[in-house]
Design a protein around this ligand. Structure first.
Ligand code: ATP
Length: 261
């Protein structure tokens, strides 16, 4: 469904943010992009959704194919119409509108009223918590509820691929579990493929089939979620250490870090 081949992104014509990233995702699959701050995860998502231009970024090398078509030359709106949707980091909902109106704003213009109602019911079915606030300003919702609304708004575009940038950011572990459970449910019940960017590798590896680790703008490791969970380096650097990292043993740490890079 999605294939990135050797993608390079440059900001401001000088800063190389991702360097030769290749990854793929099957129809109906769930894949995570994991990595630390600044690794290049959000940039990868923006390259796919076409949102680099407002940040003076551009894909300078490689190809991005979605459903067999190279989408690099296409604008962001065209990509949404093809079924690609990107829920950006930081829950950028319309705070002054009600959740209901947020959902309405995301629905395609010219679409039928009955389809709108069906999609809205589907969103409230996945996130029943939102129904009680449907007429309150969305800016008053809690962080978790705003994240639910941001995902719900993306679902109003009837995506084939839902890309989520750090949905766990700033949420309590219980809420992360709840939201990740619902993301899994959306994937199973609507066959929407999911590309999940996360720093919370523990939570992400519980729901995805496959993951890529990104460091310094490059994919340094990829594999099934089960294999990555067992990998000692992933455990040390991304899962908080099944066997804790001994940071006093700096030499050992650096050697393994070099190996990963
Ligand atoms: P985080 O988890 O903190 O969101 P990330 O893995 O998503 O990090 P990116 O936001 O993709 O990382 O950033 C990758 C690199 O590109 C970083 O060095 C960052 O400083 C740089 N970068 C990101 N956006 C821009 C921009 N608009 N202009 C210039 N450099 C940028």
């Amino acid at each position: 469904m999605l294939a990135l081949s050797n993608v390079e992104v440059v900001y401001d014509k000088v800063f190389l943010a991702i360097r030769g990233v290749s990854l793929s995702l099957e129809q109906g699959g769930m894949v995570a992009l994991l990595g630390a701050n600044g690794a290049g995860k959000s940039t990868t998502l923006k390259a796919i959704s076409g949102l680099l231009a407002p940040e003076r970024g551009e894909v300078t090398r490689g190809s991005i194919e979605f459903l067999g078509q190279n989408i690099v030359p296409l604008g962001a709106a065209r990509r949404v119409a093809m079924g690609l949707v990107h829920v950006m980091e930081g829950r950028r909902i319309f705070g002054h509108l009600t959740p209901d109106d947020n959902l309405l704003a995301a629905y395609r213009s010219g679409g039928s009223r009955s389809r709108l109602n069906q999609l809205r019911d589907q969103v409230y079915g996945f996130f029943p918590r939102l129904t009680q606030f449907s007429n309150t300003k969305a800016g008053y919702l809690s962080g978790g509820e705003q994240q639910m609304l941001a995902i719900g708004r993306a679902l109003m575009t009837e995506p084939r691929l839902l890309m989520l940038d750090e949905p766990s950011l700033g949420l309590s572990p219980r809420l992360v579990q709840e939201i990740f459970g619902i993301i899994g449910q959306i994937n199973r019940e609507t066959q929407t493929s999911v590309l999940l960017v996360e720093q919370n590798a523990t939570a992400a590896l519980e729901i995805v089939d496959h993951a890529y680790l990104i460091e310094n703008g490059q994919v340094v490791m990829s594999g099934s979620a089960a294999d990555l969970k067992k990998n000692p380096d992933v455990q040390d650097f991304y899962l908080g250490g099944a066997g804790q990292v001994d940071y006093h043993n700096v030499k050992h740490y650096r050697r393994r870090k070099r190996w990963l890079a």
